[in-house]
Structure formats: C-alpha cells, structure tokens
Design a binder for this molecule. Structure first.
Ligand SMILES: Cc1cc2nc3c(=O)[nH]c(=O)nc-3n(C[C@H](O)[C@H](O)[C@H](O)COP(=O)(O)OP(=O)(O)OC[C@H]3O[C@@H](n4cnc5c(N)ncnc54)[C@H](O)[C@@H]3O)c2cc1C
Length: 388
C-alpha cells in the first residue's frame, strides 16, 4: 500500500481542503463504512450516513457563497465523492446526485431561482436528476415527458425511470419536451420540480444487484403544475444544458467508481497478505504480484487523469467533454475489473457476504452503465477522430 499512501500524501491541498478531507475521512471511517453492509443487506436508505454527510455541510462545498454555500474546488469535491464511495457506494451516489441534480441550477439558473432554491441545497437538501424514461436512457431525445405552458404554470406530464433518490429527493431537475416545439431535440427543456407538487407519484422503487441502499425510483408526473419561474433556461435549451451538466457529472461518477476500486484494492491486498495457502501467502505467488502491480498502476494512472480533468474544470475550461468521457470510461471499467479480481483473490470467501468485496463487485457494475453507458462513451471518444 506504500505507493498509494505516498501518492495520497503528495497530493497538494490547501489547508482548509486538507482539514475538510480529514473530517470526511473521519465520518467515512466511523459512521459510513461501519453501516454500509447493514444498509445493503436491509436495502434501507442509509439515513445515518446521509446525516453524517449533512452534518459536515458537504452540499455547501459546491454552492456559491452568495446562496449559503462555502465553495471549494471541483477537485476537492471529487476527492470527497471518492472518499465517501470508498466507504459506501450507495451513500456516495446519493451525495454525488445532489451535485448532479443541482449543478445546472447553479450554472444556468436565474438570480431569483438561485436565491430561492440554493440555500436549501447548501443546507443539505437531497436532489435528483431525472432524464431516463422507458423509451431509452442512451437516447435522451426519445423522451416523451411533456411540458405544456399554461398561464403562469407549466403542466408536467409523463414518467421517469431509474431515478436515483427519486422517492426521497426534495428537489428534482426534470427534463421533458416543450409542447410548442416540434423538433425532438430542440424541444428538450428542463425545470426544477418540488417533491410536494400535487400529481407527483412514486410508482415503484427497484430491487437491485448493487447500490441497494440508494433508492432507484420510477416516478409519475400526472398533470403536475409547476410555476413557470422554475423553468431552467428558455424553452428548448434543455439539450445544451443537459450536455453541459453531464460533462461535470461524469468526472463525479468516475470519482465514485474510483472509490469502489480503491476499497476493493485495499481489501484484496490485505487479504493476500494474511491468507496462507500451502505454506505461502497468496501475495507470495508471482502471478498474483503481477496482477496487483497492473491494478495498482491502473489505479494510480486513472486517479492522475481524474485530477487532470478536475484541474481543467477548476481553471475554467468549457470544452472538456471528451476528457470527462475518458475519465468515466476508464474509472468504471477499472472498478469492475478491480472488484472482480478482488473477489478472485479471496477465493471462495470472496463470494460470501461476510467479505466486503462481494458487495463491491455488485456495486461496481452500474458504474459502467449510468451517466452514459461505456459503449456510448467509447462511441463519443472514437468518433471524435473521424476527420471527414
Ligand atoms: C441504479 C440505477 C440508477 C440510475 N440513476 C439514474 C438517475 O438518477 N437519473 C437518470 O436519468 N437515469 C438514471 N439511470 C438510468 C441510466 O442512466 C440508464 O439505465 C442508462 O443511461 C442506459 O439506458 P437504458 O437502461 O435505457 O439502456 P439502453 O439505452 O436501452 O441501452 C441498452 C444497451 O444498448 C447499448 N447502446 C445504446 N446505445 C448505443 C450506441 N450508440 N452504441 C453502442 N451500444 C449502444 C447500451 O450500451 C446498452 O448496452 C439509472 C439506472 C440505474 C440502473
């Protein structure tokens, strides 16, 4: 573990960032990690862990000061996501989804919207990002959710599928099509939706392979009336807004996947150093040393790439979609490979619930699917090289 510790110690943080990271590490070790297996087994919302996140005011680090926040760098935010996800992937994605859902409001909201809504986010409100529908997640333009203007309101009608925290979120960023615009891409619009709006219904909460403590909900919006003041941007600006916000949520998902990969790597190395087989520890076999060498190298390189993407964003870059795709693709593939190998290095014990790697492998799979499947990311990266 020496090289990973060394890399961690050499990462440069400002004093206040280091203090916050130490505090996050403390709640991760004392509250979030010790409760993770139980919440997973019971498929229960990780209330104690979410409360611990709230107690440190971690939503505030991505909300501007003018609206009740205490902003820190995007790089620091990613390190927080990674640390929480290492302790509990479900809590990690609940926290990250607050950012994914509300960052577009921060970046594109009007002054009035931000003054009205962001203090709640800074204080710890839960958020959702509602894009996916049965018509297809990879093709957002296929969505059928309708936004129909009616006086000072917008009537929201349709369903959303697989929405993280959809049943518990206070505020949801919802994407739909503006009824007065015909073109399916040009029609996409977005608005902030409050959970108590009449007509809003949680239809079902999924039972899942992994991330069992994070709820994934099907939502129905039955002629819900939302004040027009909650429209984000203008009618039809949703697609541009969606793409811009996905660019910032994809590195966040990469950090989350790296948290899972880091947990698996630590458990794997610790087990290999203690489990003796035929008079040797599992780590003494050269084939296994080669395996962990490859995985350690991949982990270090992926972290360095993510740090690079974060620094681009902190330096104000606007065109970083491909870099974000590479981070998401690489980190999630690594999480899946790392957790699979960690189970393998545990032998039969890896398949048993007593060992954390069993959960980590289940938790890892979705990272290759959400925020754009890895096929979609490969397509985005690959087609950027077409010259004609
Ligand atoms: C636990 C969980 C949480 C989620 N959270 C959210 C959330 O908070 N908000 C939200 O909006 N959505 C969420 N999703 C939805 C998720 O983002 C979608 O499931 C994902 O985008 C894939 O969409 P789909 O399931 O419709 O698969 P499809 O789009 O039907 O894809 C099926 C298969 O076709 C492949 N495919 C599609 N297009 C291409 C292509 N161009 N080239 C090659 N292969 C392709 C895909 O890679 C996949 O293998 C969540 C899903 C899950 C399971």
């Amino acid at each position: 573990m020496k090289i990973l510790k060394q890399l961690e110690q050499r990462r440069k943080w400002a004093e206040d960032e280091r203090i916050l990271l130490d505090q996050v590490r403390r709640i991760a070790d004392t509250v979030i990690a010790p409760n993770a297996a139980r919440y997973d087994r019971e498929e229960a919302f990780p209330q104690a862990s979410v409360d611990a996140v709230k107690s440190l005011g971690l939503n505030a680090i991505f909300v501007p000061e003018a609206y009740g926040g205490a902003p820190m760098s995007y790089r620091l935010y990613l390190a927080v996501v990674q640390t929480i996800a290492e302790a509990c992937a479900s809590t990690g994605v609940i926290y990250a989804t607050n950012f994914h859902g509300m960052k577009p409001l921060i970046d594109f909201g009007t002054e009035e919207q931000k003054k009205r809504l962001l203090p709640r986010v800074a204080a710890g409100a839960l958020a959702s990002l509602a894009i996916t529908e049965a018509a297809g997640g990879s093709d957002a333009t296929a969505m059928t959710m309708r936004f129909t203007p009616d006086g000072d309101d917008i009537v929201v009608d349709g369903n959303k599928l697989f929405i993280t925290s959809g049943d518990v979120a206070d505020l949801l960023l919802v994407f739909g099509k503006w009824s007065e615009i015909e073109d399916p891409k040009q029609a996409i619009s977005s608005l902030i939706f409050e959970k108590d709006t009449p007509g809003f219904e949680v239809v079902r909460v999924e039972e899942k392979l992994g991330h069992r403590a994070s709820s994934t909900a099907t939502l129905a919006f039955n002629q819900c009336r939302v004040p027009r003041a909650n429209l984000l941007g203008k009618p039809g600006e949703g697609l541009a807004l969606l793409l811009a916000s996905l660019n910032k949520s994809r590195p966040s998902i990469a950090a989350h996947a790296l948290g899972i990969a880091t947990a698996a790597f630590k458990d794997m190395v610790a087990y290999m150093n203690t489990r003796a087989v035929g008079g040797h520890h599992v780590i003494d076999f050269q084939a296994n040393q080669f395996l962990i060498a490859d995985l350690a190298a991949e982990l270090a390189m992926t972290e360095a790439w993510l740090d690079y993407v974060a620094s681009l964003i902190d330096d104000g870059a606007t065109d970083f979609g491909l870099e974000a795709s590479i981070a998401k693709l690489r980190a999630s593939d690594l999480a899946m490979r790392m957790t699979t190998e960690a189970v393998q290095m545990h032998g039969g014990y890896g398949y048993i619930r007593d060992y954390r790697v069993e959960r980590l492998m289940r938790d890892a799979k979705i990272t290759q699917i959400w925020e754009g499947t890895n096929q979609v990311h490969r397509q985005l990266i690959g087609r950027s090289f077409i010259e004609r």
